[in-house]
Design a protein around this ligand. Structure first.
Ligand code: HEC
Length: 309
């Protein structure tokens, strides 16, 4: 016991005379604490560094993909022959109006149809002279049906044929407007050339973006397989002359092969092949040495690559 007291009092005395030594004793403890904090930090780095609120996730239920549309020909129309409302046009227009427009514009043309509740802006009252944005002439209504009205529920009706749209416009004008304004010949010519009415239209087919992506990724997968096969073949043909020739004129073997897989133009003949390899040297994986191939070597290479790709 005496011993211990002596050791402690010596220790304290020593510290008093030479306070700097305290750091020597504290050092291991401080170091241990720093290491523990460090280990804790590293072990939990995921929680500390990762942003816990997830990024904005779009509501995909709202974004509809494109529908499938068959390619179709929109027949040409002669707007000058159709500028006057015949009984036939009015009859056709009435049918189309009832199925396509009455839900918003009402059977009476006065707006306030069953689907129009709470709509802002409200569907146009065709019987009122005021507030028209495009106008009441035949060509103005045609424009509205072609383009729709931005910022409103009046969408484009360009899926109806031009003839159908003209007949609806006649129906609205005749049935709901007291004195509909008449188009000038200039109005009609302008409409005709703006929308190519007398030429008709070829509307291309359309497929959903998701389907297009699937087709693309399928094509890519097939290309990857072709590339892997070609690399394997080249590897197993290492000792033949065509392969050493190939290796001597490419900078990037994989790139050279995949640019050939991506394009079929070079297959049609030796000239096309020469054009293909020399035109985009560098970008297509071939090296400038390809310019110095002898005709015989180039032909050999062409037939070899055609065979393995
Ligand atoms: C879903 C509702 C809805 C349907 C269906 C609809 N419309 Fe409209 N339409 C509107 C609204 C809303 C406006 C007003 C837009 C504005 O003033 O910005 C409007 C405006 C119009 C105008 C006035 C354009 C102008 O110059 O101000 C015309 C013409 C028109 N529609 C024709 C039609 C025809 C023809 C159909 C059927 C092929 C049709 N609409 C179907 C909602 C609809």
């Amino acid at each position: 016991m005496e011993e211990l007291k002596k050791i402690i009092s010596d220790f304290i005395k020593n510290l008093k005379e030479n306070p700097g030594t305290i750091f020597g004793f504290l050092y291991p403890y401080i170091l241990t604490i720093i290491v523990i904090i460090g280990l804790y930090y590293v072990a939990n780095i995921g929680d500390i560094a990762i942003n816990k609120t997830s990024a904005f996730v779009p509501d995909t239920t709202v974004i509809a993909d494109l529908p499938v549309v068959q390619a179709r020909t929109v027949p040409p129309v002669d707007i000058f022959k159709m500028k006057d409302p015949t009984d036939e046009l009015i009859q056709k227009g009435k049918e189309l109006y009832t199925t396509n427009c009455a839900s918003c514009h009402n059977e009476t043309g006065a707006g306030g149809g069953p689907a129009a509740v709470g709509m802002n802006p409200a569907p146009r009252n065709f019987t009122s002279p005021d507030g028209w944005k495009n106008g009441k002439t035949l060509s103005a209504i045609y424009t509205t049906l072609e383009e729709g009205i931005e910022g409103s529920s009046m969408i484009s009706y360009n899926f109806l044929t031009p003839a159908d749209r003209i007949s609806i416009a006649h129906y609205i004008r005749k049935e709901f407007m007291p004195n509909p304004p008449v188009d000038t010949d200039d109005d009609l010519s302008a409409l005709n050339s703006l929308y190519n009415l007398s030429a008709g239209m070829e509307l291309p087919a359309q497929i959903p973006v998701s389907t297009a992506m699937e087709i693309l990724s399928l094509e890519n997968a097939q290309k990857t397989i072709r590339l892997e096969d070609a690399l394997k073949t080249i590897d197993s043909n290492r000792s033949i002359y065509s392969v050493s020739l190939f290796k001597s004129i490419v900078d990037n073997e994989k790139l050279a092969l995949s640019s050939m897989i991506n394009s079929d133009t070079w297959r049609s003949g030796e000239t096309a092949f020469t054009d293909f390899v020399t035109v985009n040297i560098g970008q297509n994986g071939f090296s400038p040495k390809v310019n110095y191939l002898s005709d015989a070597d180039r032909n050999l290479l062409f037939s070899y690559l055609k065979q393995i790709l």
